[in-house]
Design a protein around this ligand. Structure first.
Ligand SMILES: *[C@@H]1O[C@H](CO)[C@@H](O)[C@H](O)[C@H]1NC(C)=O
Ligand SMILES: *[C@@H]1O[C@H](CO)[C@@H](O)[C@H](O)[C@H]1NC(C)=O
Ligand SMILES: *[C@@H]1O[C@H](CO)[C@@H](O)[C@H](O)[C@H]1NC(C)=O
Length: 656
């Protein structure tokens, strides 16, 4: 009996097993879009696509239903633990579009291409894998990522990721131009491409017309289930676009100091509407985020108008009259945990189809002025010095309102400190003198050692490796400004190391400034919202991070036009020489004929001939037209020919 029951159990397990495994082995795809009005009359659209696939041991040649096979093969082949590749055009405006929210920390990327990858291989093999990975990626995304192959263009920061010490590689190509040829392969990784669902909104002209767009691919693979995570690959694709809606003529009854924000809709921003979801997606949602400060401003406005009962609380207020109108009633409204915090409208686009399209619109009723939360210190970077020999890089940090808030929050502590991490990578032809590091705090020079807690420098080696400087700084919270200054010499490149258009200058990649004490992340309590991959990503506690500007350094460049000039002038001389020689050889017969004709012709004809010969032949012939044939080889002419030939020879030798 017991035996029978165990066998049935075993059998049922055997039968259940494939079912169970197929249940856990399911691939998933989610598509989401976050819209957010920005204070400077622009709109942020953040697309988020997530594809997940489990990984079995023998899945190298496995067919995937949703997950892009090229990516899973990439992960398998190069043993990638995590990877991020971004293509960006434009610069995120940290002052106006915010520097503290998760979008700016995770999705605001430096211009051009940025790639980092963590490999799951022994440390001495990491470089070989990185090189092969850059080649594969450059083929996959039609970009010159393979330039990151040479050891002088990537680096291995030490503290950027503690967990991935030694197996992380980081490289950027600030000058890479981003265009549709990079977007199309990125879209091909989506199960519905751009044919259905939210990705159908991606109208190329409106994306590439935008102020800022960043297309990002983030991979996370966990092979061994022992990590505590499920074994599988998570592919996250995001596209962040900042656009300016067309400004419509609204009535000008509002005073000039406040201009009403432009109203917009999906169709006015992208020129397209959503025709329903991608049927392969597990969830297709659109979110509209109203920022904390905007909510506060709108609530203030309402109090002013005083049309509300005292009883109104939270969401009820928002269901009522806000400063703007949304064209579609949201399916759900979420509010952040704290009072007076950001609000999120949620729309599901499941029910929409070709006949009933989803076109979310926002119409402002009153002019509102608000601001985005800024990073604790606003970072910018610039060059000092002139000339082609030396200069210095300065990183300036300025306090923002948040720093004051931080002081208030940390008032209890006697000595409040603000930690700032700086990662600066410089190409080898910028020879940085690390001992010249100077620190100015609040305008006064200070001993750098008082503020630098840790420092790691790996100087560059000519044509071999980049220079990496990592700093951990601790400033007092009441700091107003700090400037880090470091001097450099400009190196010389070999003529074939210059990129095309070398006179434009050379780019120093953005420095990365991060604030580990601060965390970007929204806090919604709803369980339903945590199921959404995008929202759970935005709720993750990630350190606040900002990128500085890319610097353009003019280097000494050879005069690339010189060979061209020499060729041109030599050719001119030769043309002159042969031209006049042929002219002289040819002229005698023609001149004779013309003269013969001229003698027979009437007076008027003679005059015309004389004039035309003067035009064609110049002065020397027309002055002596009467005695041509006999004096063909005059000494004057010989001198002339010798002179021209001599000139040509001189040029020839000069060239050599
Ligand atoms: C990288 O590619 C080269 C050339 O295809 C190959 O010989 C080498 O084995 C590859 N290395 C790794 C680590 O994949
Ligand atoms: C507030 O609400 C309570 C019951 O919900 C009601 O009795 C009271 O009159 C309201 N107060 C105001 C000012 O509307
Ligand atoms: C589109 O959706 C509407 C309402 O949801 C429905 O009445 C209509 O039949 C649908 N049209 C198609 C073509 O499915």
């Amino acid at each position: 009996m017991a035996l029978a029951s165990t066998t049935t159990l075993a059998l049922s397990i055997l039968f259940l097993l494939p079912f169970l495994s197929s249940a856990t082995v399911e691939e998933e795809f989610h598509e989401e879009l976050l819209l957010k009005p920005l204070p400077d009359r622009k709109v942020l659209a953040h697309f988020h696509f997530q594809t997940e696939a489990p990984v079995a041991e023998d899945s190298f040649a496995r067919h995937h239903h949703l997950f892009p096979k090229s990516i899973s093969q990439l992960v398998k082949k190069f043993h990638i633990k995590a990877m991020e590749l971004s293509f960006t055009q434009g610069r995120w405006n940290y002052e106006r579009w915010g520097g503290l929210d998760p979008i700016s920390s995770q999705n605001a990327k430096p211009p051009g291409v940025e790639l980092w990858a963590v490999f799951d291989v022994p440390q001495h093999q990491v470089d070989a894998f990185w090189k092969n990975l850059t080649h594969s990626l450059s083929g996959l995304f039609c970009a010159s990522i393979n330039f990151l192959e040479s050891s002088s263009s990537y680096s291995a920061p030490k503290w950027a990721s503690q967990s991935a010490l030694g197996s992380l590689r980081y490289g950027t190509l600030p000058r890479e131009a981003v265009c549709t040829e990079n977007l199309t392969p990125w879209l091909k990784l989506l199960p519905c491409r751009d044919k259905a669902g939210l990705s159908a909104l991606m109208d190329r002209p409106s994306i590439y017309r935008s102020f800022y767009h960043s297309q990002r691919l983030h991979l996370k693979a966990s092979m061994a289930p022992a990590d505590g995570l499920d074994s599988g690959i998570i592919l996250e694709q995001t596209l962040t676009v900042v656009q300016q809606p067309n400004i419509q003529k609204t009535d000008l009854s509002f005073s000039n100091e406040f201009k009403i924000q432009p109203s917009w809709s999906l169709s006015s921003i992208f020129g397209r509407k959503v025709n329903g979801r991608c049927v392969l997606a597990k969830s297709s949602n659109v979110y509209l985020q109203v920022e904390r400060d905007l909510v506060a401003q709108l609530e203030k406005l309402q109090k002013k108008t005083a049309t509300y009962a005292d009883n109104d609380t939270g969401i009820d207020v928002l269901r009522g009259d806000l400063g703007f109108e949304v064209s579609i009633t949201p399916d759900r409204v979420h509010r952040e945990l704290e009072k007076s915090s950001s609000i999120l409208y949620e729309y599901s686009i499941k029910e929409y189809n070709d006949t009933e399209q989803f076109d979310l619109g926002l119409t402002w009723k009153y002019p509102v002025v608000w601001s985005c939360p800024l990073a604790p210190l606003y970072a910018s970077r610039f060059l000092i010095g002139s000339g082609n020999e030396r200069g210095s890089i300065a990183i300036s940090l300025k306090s923002t309102e948040l720093t004051k808030g931080f002081i208030v929050a940390n008032n209890v502590e006697e000595k409040c400190k603000l930690q700032v991490n700086v990662l600066q990578i410089v190409p080898w032809y910028i020879k940085v003198y690390y001992h010249t590091l100077q620190l100015l705090v609040d305008g006064k020079p200070q001993a750098a050692t008082d503020f630098i807690e840790r420092m790691s420098v790996s100087p560059s080696e000519d044509k071999v490796s980049t220079g990496v400087m990592e700093l951990v700084l601790r400033f007092p919270c009441e700091i107003k400004s700090a400037i880090l200054n470091i001097e450099f010499d400009k190196g010389f490149l070999h003529i074939d190391e210059y990129p095309p258009d070398a006179n434009q200058g050379f780019d120093i990649p953005s420095a990365i400034i991060s604030f580990p004490d601060f965390h970007a992340g929204l806090q919604f309590s709803d369980d339903s919202i945590s199921k959404s991959p995008m929202m759970s990503k935005l709720q993750e506690k990630s350190p606040v991070l900002s990128y500085t500007e890319v610097l353009l350094v003019p280097l000494t460049t050879p005069d690339f036009s010189m060979p061209y000039n020499v060729i041109t002038i030599t050719c001119t001389v030769f043309a002159l020489y042969f031209g006049s020689l042929l002219n002289v050889l040819r002229r005698r017969v023609g001149e004779e004929e013309r003269l013969l004709k001229a003698n027979k012709a009437p007076f008027l004809q003679q005059v015309i001939n004389k004039l035309s010969s003067r035009f064609r032949g110049g002065l020397s012939e027309s002055t002596q037209p009467k005695q041509p044939s006999s004096s063909f080889i005059t000494p004057k002419l010989i001198i002339k020919i010798i002179l021209v030939a001599g000139l040509a020879v001189v040029w020839q030798f000069y060239l050599k």
